[in-house]
Design a protein. Structure first.
Length: 92
């Protein structure tokens, strides 16, 4: 299943781009995010919800590229903890 690492090394999936999906999809995820945000045209400072936010990379990109603030929600506790410490936005 999907996780932020394994039981011996929790949170590893957030540090290693290939750990979660076994392939580094960052380029594709960022391209999709930029395409969606360009079309939605949120004003800077708008708050967005990222349901299934994982490690928070997409909210960090949204903050850095478009000045957005975000709330990330994920079921994987290790991902939420990592995102809270390393990514922009708020996570639960």
């Amino acid at each position: 299943g999907r996780s932020a690492g394994d039981s011996e090394r929790p949170g590893l999936g957030c540090d290693d781009p290939e750990a979660e999906w076994r392939v580094d999809f960052r380029h594709y995820h960022k391209c999709i995010l930029v395409t969606v945000l360009e079309r939605l045209r949120f004003p800077p400072g708008a708050v967005v919800l990222d349901w299934g936010s994982g490690c928070g990379h997409k909210l960090s990109w949204a903050a850095n590229l478009y000045g957005l603030d975000g709330l990330g929600v994920d079921i994987v506790g290790d991902s939420v903890r990592w995102a809270t410490e390393h990514s922009l936005g708020s996570y639960c």
